[in-house]
Write a protein that binds this ligand. Structure first.
Ligand SMILES: [Zn+2]
Ligand SMILES: [Zn+2]
Length: 804
């Protein structure tokens, strides 16, 4: 028998152990249709916040649903311990920068730290009832993953989609690494627009340029005007003298110069922005690179060398003012590009780096985007917009320590890259030597290792390949090409989703998955999402589990709508708690009445039983439809509504029949027993998606046919009870009216009704006639007067037996 009171903490621990021991969620290929989930490996940077709980629970509910539909669910978990986030965590914990610790020691610390946090993550996700197969979990920095990531790199190089080039790249002088366009975040800052006078060398004509970045004057290589600009086009072909830095540069024409912004004259420096890079390439301009990697002006720049960028800006404005070259200075708010990980304004650098071609196959990437079903559908627009607006190939070199090394060395003399052989992977070029004697190009016998590591996304974009064990003998390539589902938040469509599509296209020419499910964010308050970088989450997931139980916390996560944001709300949690309590109590009630129950064929159900079976069947159809569309929240909503109808109306009616067979007859009682037996089973199955723990406890106690409720299959009902559903709804409505009358009179619901005078249409009259015993017993009716009416019903009089 079920316990009097449900002890969540005790039962949740018990079932977690049981599932682990019995390997309930283990993936074993067995010929059944596979549903595979490519779930985002959380970044291992210290803490799981409530936002993770929300999005991972929603995905997990899909895994449970698919299992109930008979799929063999492939649901691995991964940890992203790659790259900057891990490095920053270690630096923070050690109170030292990576270069102070030393490369090798630092890497060791990174491994140690990520292992520690991964164990904590696994514990928390397990306690949340995440039904992943931990035997197939992966890390993004491990020998097997490094091997796959390096193999992917070599494949792309061989196919000509990945190349090595000295080229301008985005640079973060806080994180000391180059970064990719996808890591940029646009921010609005306050700055000044400085109007500065230049002069032509030829005839000393003054003209004004406006710039937000006068510190770039030492890097100026050209002045541009628009050839259609009547006021300035005569300057084209002349030479400009630049004040303070005292250099001369050509004045050229280009239609990209905006006529309506600034003065119509702009300076081109290497590099201040994307346009500078375009012009530098287009006109083959010289390179004057003046910044150091850590955000200062190079020592070789006169006067300003060694200064920080902002210091130099201030000083150069002063010098320009002293010389009388400044016309005016305007306050200005404008947009700058910052590094999303640290919030610092990005600069540009020029160095030898590895790039993956993202520019020349945009049409293919859009085509693949079209082959994938996006949930919700409008999220595809974000993907399309991103692809259409890409301006750079993807730079995958990072000047950091902890990550996947490039399997590459360079010839010391001629610089030719020497690649590792596939069969030798994984390699670390810093400790391994290339397996050739001399450079095939120049015969030199000395090689230098590549010291950069790969961008985090270069590896996490390979999760489908990691899951299928790409390149291994014993692999899942046929089962997982493509995977069924990718889930993630909208903010990483441009990184994780896009890069995964790029890789899948280059490796296989196909889409990586059939479906993408995009979750919203958990909001800390109005318009502010909870994020680890802001540290604005006051809710510790483990505290919430301890306070409410994992099932209740999952209820909150389950209410979220696809693609919509959600607020962490105690009100919602309390509603979940109440619901789960009710599931327990109604199960206990049903269990009590099933003690003598034997499942057998039934000739005919009682009328009101047909009503609730029909109602369930209708709900189940919608429930399945919503879950097939990944609308977890809508599915939970209609299930919950049905459940309360079942408890508040149906159980209140049927209980009389269950308690008193002597009055109603054994067949009528059996009809009620069979109905609750069927429906509780189905409700437990449906709720098991959201509340895996309590439903297992009840299932094991009452049904116990399979090893676990999570291994059962949903078999949709196939009754035809349309009429009973329609009239049953009206009967329940009448019952509610009469009960409402009792409540309004402040009397017990058991108060007898001396007389119920009611008018019914013929159909409803016949329906009530068929359920007359249930109807009278539920309302404690002594006498009834029924008259006929054309349409619907009318309650004429309710006379209660008042006892003063
Ligand atoms: Zn940064
Ligand atoms: Zn060579």
């Amino acid at each position: 028998m079920l316990d009097k009171k449900y002890n969540a903490a005790e039962k949740e621990a018990k079932w977690l152990d049981y599932w682990n021991q019995e390997k309930i969620y283990k993936f074993i290929p067995d010929g059944r249709k596979v549903f595979s989930i490519d779930t985002p490996p959380p970044t291992v940077n210290g803490k799981i916040h409530i936002g993770h709980i929300f999005s991972y629970s929603q995905t997990e509910m899909i895994a449970r649903y698919k299992r109930l539909r008979g799929y063999n669910v492939f649901y691995p978990f991964g940890f992203d311990d790659n790259g900057l986030p891990s490095e920053r965590l270690v630096e923070k914990e050690q109170g030292k920068k990576a270069h102070e610790i030393g490369r090798e020691e630092f890497s060791k610390l990174c491994y140690k730290t990520t292992d520690k946090y991964e164990a904590e993550f696994q514990d928390l996700f397990s306690k949340m009832g995440i039904s992943t197969d931990w035997d197939i979990h992966y890390k993004t920095v491990s020998p097997s993953t490094i091997k796959i990531s390096q193999a992917s790199f070599l494949d792309l190089v061989a196919k000509g989609h990945c190349y090595h080039k000295e080229s301008p790249a985005l640079w973060c002088n806080e994180c000391l690494t180059s970064i990719a366009q996808a890591e940029l975040e646009t921010k609005t800052i306050k700055t000044t627009f400085n109007y500065i006078n230049f002069k032509t060398v030829e005839d000393g004509e003054e003209f004004t340029i406006a710039t937000t970045r006068p510190e770039l004057l030492p890097a100026i290589v050209c002045v541009f005007v628009n050839p259609n600009d009547e006021k300035h086009k005569h300057l084209i072909g002349k030479t400009a003298h630049i004040p303070v830095v005292d250099v001369e540069v050509p004045i050229m024409g280009d239609e990209k110069v905006a006529l309506d912004k600034g003065t119509g004259v702009v300076m081109c420096c290497t590099f201040g922005d994307q346009t500078d890079i375009e012009w530098w390439k287009k006109y083959n301009l010289p390179l004057k690179y003046i910044f150091t990697k850590d955000g200062r002006i190079s020592e070789n720049v006169p006067t300003y060398g060694g200064m920080k960028i902002k210091e130099a800006r201030k000083k150069i404005i002063e010098d320009l003012q002293d010389g009388g070259f400044v016309v005016k200075i305007e306050e200005l708010e404008h947009e700058v590009q910052t590094h999303e990980r640290c919030g610092k304004e990005v600069e540009y650098t020029v160095m030898n780096q590895w790039f993956i071609d993202t520019m020349s196959h945009k049409e293919d990437f859009l085509k693949i985007g079209n082959e994938i079903k996006w949930h919700p559908a409008h999220m595809q627009n974000r993907y399309n917009e991103w692809v259409e607006n890409i301006m750079w190939d993807w730079c995958i070199s990072r000047q950091r320590y902890f990550g996947v090394p490039f399997p590459v060395w360079y010839c010391k003399d001629c610089g030719k890259p020497i690649f590792a052989k596939k069969e030798d992977l994984p390699v670390n070029p810093l400790t391994d030597k290339p397996k050739i004697d001399k450079c095939t190009n120049c015969g030199c016998k000395d090689f230098t290792p590549e010291t950069d590591v790969m961008d985090t996304w270069a590896t996490s974009s390979l999760t489908p390949l990691i899951n299928m064990r790409y390149g291994e003998k014993d692999n899942y390539e046929d089962i997982l090409k493509p995977m069924s589902l990718r889930t993630n938040a909208s903010e990483i469509i441009r990184t994780w989703d896009f890069y995964t599509i790029v890789k899948s296209f280059y490796h296989f020419g196909t889409r990586p998955w059939d479906n993408v499910m995009i979750s919203g964010f958990v909001m800390a308050g109005k318009g502010e999402k909870i994020s680890k970088s802001k540290g604005n989450s006051k809710i510790e997931p483990m505290d919430a589990i301890n306070k409410y139980s994992a099932d209740v916390l999952r209820y909150w996560a389950g209410t979220g709508r696809l693609g919509n944001d959600i607020v962490y709300s105690d009100e919602t949690l309390l509603r979940g708690k109440k619901l789960i309590n009710k599931i327990w109590n109604v199960s206990k009630f049903i269990e009590m009445h099933l003690q003598d129950y034997e499942d057998k064929e039934i000739n005919d159900y009682e009328y009101i039983d047909k009503w609730i079976l029909g109602k369930y069947q209708e709900m189940e159809k919608g429930f399945i439809q919503y879950l097939d569309e990944y609308e977890v929240g809508l599915a939970l909503n209609i299930l919950e509504k049905f459940f309360w109808n079942f408890c508040d109306n149906y159980i209140e009616i049927v209980k009389h029949r269950l308690y008193r067979p002597e009055e109603f007859g054994n067949d009528a009682r059996y009809s009620g027993q069979k109905t609750v037996y069927i429906l509780l089973y189905k409700l437990l199955q449906d709720f098991s998606i959201f509340f895996p723990f309590i439903t297992e406890e009840i299932y094991q106690e009452i049904y116990h046919q399979e090893k676990s409720i999570h291994l059962t299959k949903i078999k949709p009902l196939e009754f035809n009870f349309t009429n009973e559903m329609k009239n049953g709804d009206l009967i329940v409505e009448i019952i509610s009216k009469v009960r409402g009358e009792k409540t309004n009179n402040n009397v017990s619901l058991k108060t007898p009704v001396k007389m119920l005078d009611i008018s019914l249409n013929d159909e409803l009259n016949a329906a009530i006639d068929k359920s007359i015993k249930d109807f009278k017993a539920t309302l404690f009716i002594q006498n009834m007067n029924i008259s006929s009416i054309e349409e619907g019903y009318q309650v004429n009089k309710i006379e209660l037996e008042m006892t003063d």
